[in-house]
Ligand binder design. Structure first.
Ligand code: FES
Ligand code: FES
Length: 155
């Protein structure tokens, strides 16, 4: 069954006709061309697809697009630009937090949310809060360091 939905993505209203079973991840990537959000496992296990719904981090592969009509959706494309990167993006570059970069958009979206919640008080707290975002390249220690550098800052 199909339905009409208007997704508000990065501040822009995007009207779509979607199958009611289409995930937010597939709608973002395949229908809206926002491929910054990555599809890793497609089953809620890796965090690569993390986006914000009204500021809260969610797994886009487990979220139905048709259920997102009333929410403000933020993807990595809405966070910063190459010319004006978000402070978390700058910290990830400073701390060399990526190798292949596939997990990076999801890591950054989760990091922004946890910093906004003030949950970066210790390395252990950051590791716990970031445990849903996997990095197969093993950049976790650098990611923790980048987030800890920003603890207490307004991001
Ligand atoms: Fe969504 Fe892995 S692609 S959690
Ligand atoms: Fe390659 Fe994280 S940088 S998976």
């Amino acid at each position: 069954m199909e339905t009409d939905v208007v997704l508000r993505v990065n501040g822009v209203e995007r009207p779509l006709r979607v199958d009611t079973r289409v995930t937010l991840l597939d709608a973002l990537r395949d229908l809206l061309g926002l491929t910054g959000t990555k599809k890793g496992c497609d089953q809620g296990a890796c965090g690569a697809c993390t986006v914000h719904l009204d500021g809260r981090p969610v797994l886009a592969c487990l979220t139905l697009a048709a259920r997102c009509a009333d929410a403000g959706i933020t993807t990595i494309e809405g966070l910063g630009t190459a010319a004006e990167p978000h402070p978390v993006q700058e910290a990830f570059v400073r701390h060399d937090c990526l190798q292949c970069g596939f997990c990076t958009p999801g890591q950054i979206m989760s990091a922004v949310a946890l910093l906004a919640e003030g949950r970066a008080g210790s390395d252990a707290e950051v590791r716990e809060r970031m445990s849903g975002n996997l990095c197969r390249c093993g950049a976790h220690p650098r990611i923790v360091a980048a987030i800890r550098e920003l603890a207490g800052a307004r991001v």
